[in-house]
Write a protein that binds this ligand. Structure first.
Ligand SMILES: [Zn+2]
Length: 299
């Protein structure tokens, strides 16, 4: 375990308070305490496994970001939605870059499906992935070049038309350091696309410590538009736009229903997910996930 934060790790404020205890439903049932910073509104794990021990928390047949087992019912839903979302993500990248083709670095590329999809669409796409198993699959299954996280440091600057991070930053030990590398690697004026779970979403408020996107201890940081805007500004970025990732809410709601022991998790999750989705149409800052389009501040 890490020694634990005594002040806010983002803004340094001393007023941090415990807000909830969440269970790791994926690997061992361990409990982790989430703290809130009353100034920048960052929520974070006070103590979490260090880099030597975190790996075992990712070893689960259900950890579907990193393997391709399509047997379980929830996994089937996940894969069907992912297929649809790939083209949505491609449209978003095209729109924010203003390019039909270009170069992308996908940080946290997992098994390389997004990178592979973009490559097939004519983009020059590379990935960054810590899990060797997932990285290997990206190479063999999706024909993607994948770097280990520490290799980012030696990539030449001003290299990419876009950098994407789909639900990745919340897992990283040092998001600020990663964002500073993102800034260095982007071509002048190029954007980054950062998707994150949103802890002030309607579904997060409803499910509280059963909200599946808490995903402790894999998610160390629990962002919302207030805390992420703070982080982005501190890291030298402007926020250009905030967008929804509309289908996340259904998947998250079904898993959350499972976590709280619902008798009909699929049905209840889909119905509630639909309600949360409709409500979020009126306020993107309450959407289950938010995609932040950011760009380095022009100096
Ligand atoms: Zn803070």
């Amino acid at each position: 375990m890490t020694p634990g934060h005594s002040v806010c790790p983002l803004c340094g404020n001393q007023e941090i308070k415990p807000i909830m205890i969440c269970r790791d439903n994926l690997t061992g049932g361990e409990l982790f305490e989430i703290y809130l910073c009353t100034v920048c509104r960052l929520e974070f794990l006070k103590e979490y496994p260090d880099e030597k021990t975190i790996e075992k928390y990712y070893i689960s047949p259900e950890y579907i970001s990193h393997n391709d087992d399509k047997k379980s019912f929830t996994a089937k839903i996940y894969y069907a939605v992912r297929k649809f979302m790939l083209s949505r993500k491609r449209s978003l990248v095209r729109k924010v870059t203003g390019l039909k083709r270009g170069s992308i670095l996908d940080i946290g590329s997992g098994t390389g499906h997004f990178a592979g999809f973009m490559k097939k669409s004519g983009w020059d796409c590379e990935g960054v992935e810590k899990s060797l198993k997932a990285a290997q699959y990206s190479v063999t299954g999706n024909n993607i070049r994948v770097y280990q996280p520490e290799e980012i440091l030696s990539l030449p600057g001003n290299s990419f038309d876009c950098i994407t991070m789909w639900h990745v930053l919340e897992h990283l030990y040092n998001p600020e350091e990663t964002l500073s590398q993102v800034k260095r690697l982007l071509k002048p004026g190029a954007p980054a696309v950062i998707a994150l779970p949103n802890n002030i979403s309607f579904d997060s408020i409803h499910y509280r410590n059963h909200w599946a996107a808490r995903d402790v201890p894999r998610h160390i940081w629990h962002f919302n538009p207030v805390s992420f805007i703070y982080l982005a500004a501190k890291s030298g970025f402007d926020i250009l736009e905030m967008k929804r990732l509309p289908f996340d809410v259904f998947y998250i709601s079904v898993l959350s229903e499972k976590s709280r022991g619902s008798r009909f998790p699929f049905l209840a999750g889909m119905i509630k997910g639909f309600v949360f989705f409709i409500l979020s149409l009126f306020d993107v800052t309450r959407s289950s996930s938010v995609v932040y389009i950011i760009r380095p501040k022009s100096s």
